[in-house]
Ligand binder design. Structure first.
Ligand code: SAH
Length: 457
């Protein structure tokens, strides 16, 4: 047993994807904030549950050689990154470990080959999209990130993972609000004007879009802001107001008013061109996205004669990649606007062997299957909750030659791979890719083959 508020000594044997060290006190698992594997720490218990407890490091008695000083001055308050106290190479090893652990515990697949996580050469300033809340504080307005588990704003620090231009634009907007006495949104009263600053940057072209989310229909002195932003940053190609008058935590409302330049910015992934509007989904880390997609294409191992399904296709980025080597690609996506973007993207890239369908993959694919449309290769890239079992059931009935699973959540991935491997697919290889350095997130690309395929040859 352990008791709340008491201090105990423990050795740390593992780390969770939330960055918590895993220790053990009197046979009880304790998750320790701020502790790393290989360390011995004095932990004060903050929470005791039925099967585990949580606590915080009071003193490191023996520290890990992999411990580093976090580069961000507000690391402990922010909560945006959870692994900044761990050396980057050790982070990559930890991420490979998260994947293996999930595949073993949940997937019952302890023997699958999991390659080392592919990291970034330069794991800084990798984000192309930042949303910063603007809130009224005691003096006037603050722009920054929300502190962990709160709506208190952490102001003024340079964020080391977002594109540098985002930090500079924040400073310009902040000065503009202060100098012109423009009010910031107050969550308590629902009053005040400016709610969020959104900055999206295209890494390949440098084009940048700024969106100011407001609670009233007008932004006073907007010409001054436009001048301040565009005179310093000619790469700003569009500035928009987004109207959000609802008292919700949702960042964006549905109405946009363009106040400068274009409504879209252009970016590339590989050779493909994408037009990104403020509402378009676009992968956050474009450098690693290319790594991920190339791996998916390699695993799909296309010869040019295959019918391919790209399920959960978003704006069709993977579909376009696959189209280079497939006979025909069918993309399926539930958000109608994303499908419109996908169709537009196919057109501007001159790709004609792709077709997109709107709907839930678990509804659309069984229908297509019954209409006789079958895939030789199926690619899935579901959101964190993974695939619906109805979809997995149809895929295994269809028995494609190969399946490529792109996952952003090792736990649901492991659950789905368990189902697939119990229903005729063999997991060949797992490749983790680090899309979000300094955080606990890890993406994976998985190659599966129809079981017994080797014997059929
Ligand atoms: N493959 C894309 C997007 C992946 S994100 C890319 O790489 O950019 C996951 C996508 O799945 C989102 O676009 C989301 O809208 C979509 N989605 C969520 N649930 C779905 C479902 N049941 N059926 C089809 N698409 C779904």
């Amino acid at each position: 047993m352990v008791f709340k508020d008491k201090c105990y000594t423990t050795g740390i044997t593992g780390i969770t994807n939330e960055g918590l060290g895993v220790g053990s006190v009197n046979g009880f698992v304790v998750f320790v904030e701020g502790a790393l594997p290989g360390e011995e720490v004095l932990v004060q218990i903050s929470q005791v549950k039925k099967s585990y407890a949580k606590g915080k490091v009071v003193e490191i008695l023996k520290d890990s050689p992999e411990r580093i000083k976090p580069f961000c001055s507000v690391y402990e308050r922010c909560g945006g990154c959870s692994l900044q106290h761990l050396d980057y190479d050790a982070q990559l090893r930890a991420k490979t470990g998260f994947v293996k652990d999930n595949l073993t515990r949940i997937g019952k697949l302890p023997d699958v080959t999991v390659n080392s996580t592919i990291g970034m050469e330069n794991p800084f300033n990798y984000r192309n999209n930042v949303q910063l809340p603007v809130r009224k504080d005691t003096s006037n307005s603050s722009i920054g990130f929300f502190a962990i588990k709160s709506h208190e704003i952490i102001e003024g620090s340079e964020c080391g993972i977002q594109h540098k231009i985002g930090n500079s634009i924040r400073n310009i907007v902040s000065n503009f609000l202060v100098n012109n006495g423009i009010s910031a949104y107050d969550e308590q009263t629902g009053k005040g004007n400016v709610r969020h600053l959104v900055v999206r940057s295209a890494f390949c072209t440098g084009e940048t879009m700024v969106v100011i989310v407001i609670n009233e229909r007008k932004l006073p002195e907007k010409e001054k802001l436009i001048n301040a932003l565009t005179s310093e940053f000619p790469e700003i190609k569009g500035i928009m107001l987004n109207i959000n008058t609802k008292r919700t935590n949702a960042v964006l409302g549905s109405e946009y008013i363009s106040i400068y330049g274009k409504n879209t910015i252009t970016d590339y992934i590989g050779d493909f061109k994408f037009q990104i509007s403020p509402v378009s989904f676009f992968q956050i880390n474009p450098v690693q996205t290319e790594v991920l997609y190339k791996k998916a294409l390699e695993y799909a191992c296309l010869s040019g004669n295959e019918i391919v399904f790209d399920l959960y296709c978003g704006i069709g980025t993977i579909s376009l990649f696959l189209s280079q080597k497939a006979k025909m690609v069918y993309g399926v996506e539930v958000v109608p606007d994303a499908v419109k973007d996908a169709q537009k993207n196919a057109k501007i890239n001159g790709v004609s062997n792709v077709e997109f369908r709107i709907g839930k993959a678990e509804v659309v694919i069984p229908k297509m299957y019954h209409q006789g449309i079958r895939a030789d290769v199926v690619v899935v890239d579901p959101p964190r909750k993974g695939c619906d079992e109805r979809l997995l059931q149809t895929i295994t009935e269809m028995a494609p030659k190969r399946m490529v699973y792109v996952s952003c959540n090792p736990a649901t991935l492991a659950r789905d791979l368990k189902y697939l491997s119990e229903h005729g697919m063999t997991v060949e290889e797992v490749q983790p890719v680090d899309m979000f350095p300094w955080t606990g997130h890890v993406e994976c690309v998985i190659l599966m083959q129809r079981s017994g395929l080797e014997d059929e040859k």
